[in-house]
Design a binder for this molecule. Structure first.
Ligand code: NAP
Length: 268
């Protein structure tokens, strides 16, 4: 709770600048946590953003906060574990809200159920595949060719520090994040030559509403890392902002660990 309040104060105090002025951005899962911070940071730098999630009230509150600071935000709800046709229809609604074209796509929405491999339910398996892999794939398949036609665009996929380590009771979720890292490399090869940047940002253990019930676990996981504490969503957002800016003109297919050093220094 305290962490959430501290994050909201940081987001509230964001200085405005113009580095993304004139660009449009769709951030999935931006009604909460990391996605919310990304939407607010991109909007503070002048981007016109679509805030999205299943719950229109939560998304609406984020959009209202952006507008209150002088930014431009639209709410477009989505159910990303729905059929691909519905994801395409969501992309079209987001594109229409943003005046017909999307310059920046952040595939952030994700689910991360834990538990022993034997206990993973069929519903969890389906949600992990549909939300974490299929929806980003459908959105990239729909929007990247249009970015390529225009000769510019930026896509950031949100991965995870868990994609490259074995964590007990978390087998399938990190596998979806390893998949998104690999898709990033393939999409960079496919769309990069047409001016579309595709990269991954891999957060470490980050304090968000999604894992708000596990504050003690996050603290224990991160206390021996170089940062010594959970990542703040705003730190992920700063990395995304740089990646979608002109300053990252030579960055393609990369994975950036914004993880407090957990992956580099983890002992087991
Ligand atoms: N938190 C961490 O420690 C951590 C670490 C590494 C990577 N990540 C990754 O970072 C991303 C964000 O995580 P978070 O902790 O910020 O999550 P969060 O607080 O639970 O927020 C998840 C967001 O995704 C949306 N969402 C979830 N399922 C959806 C669905 N089926 N259709 C549409 N929207 C959906 C939620 O909106 P609604 O609830 O309104 O639908 C919400 O906006 C995820 O990809 C996660 O895997 C998180």
């Amino acid at each position: 709770m305290q962490q959430n309040q501290a994050l909201q104060e940081l987001l509230e105090a964001l200085p405005a600048d113009e580095r993304l002025r004139g660009r449009t951005a769709l951030i999935t899962g931006s009604s909460s946590g990391i996605g919310e911070a990304i939407a607010k940071v991109l909007a503070a730098s002048g981007a016109e953003v679509v805030v999205s999630g299943r719950n229109s009230d939560r998304a609406g509150a984020v959009a209202d906060a952006i507008r209150a600071k002088g930014g431009t935000a639209h709410v477009v709800t989505a159910t990303l574990d729905a059929e691909p046709s519905e994801i395409r229809e969501f992309a079209a609604r987001a594109e229409a809200a943003l005046g017909g074209s999307i310059d920046i796509l952040v595939n952030n929405a994700g689910v991360y159920p834990g538990g022993s491999t034997a206990d993973v339910t069929d519903e969890e398996m389906q949600a992990l595949w549909a939300t974490n892999i299929r929806a980003p794939h459908v959105l990239v398949a729909t929007l990247a060719p249009r970015m390529a036609e225009r000769g510019h665009g930026s896509i950031v996929n949100i991965g995870s520090w868990m994609a490259r380590v074995g964590v007990p009771y978390m087998a399938l979720y990190p596998a979806t994040k390893a998949a998104i890292e690999q898709l990033t490399r393939a999409w960079a090869a496919e769309y990069g030559p047409s001016g579309v940047h595709v990269n991954t940002v891999a957060p470490g253990a980050t304090a968000t509403p999604g894992n708000g019930a596990f504050v003690d676990v996050l603290a224990a996981m991160t206390k021996d890392t170089p940062a010594g504490a959970p990542v703040r969503p705003i730190d992920i957002a700063y990395a995304v902002r740089w990646l979608v800016s002109d300053e990252a003109a030579f960055v393609h297919g990369a994975t950036f660990d914004i993880d407090g050093g957990i992956d580099a220094t983890r002992m087991r």
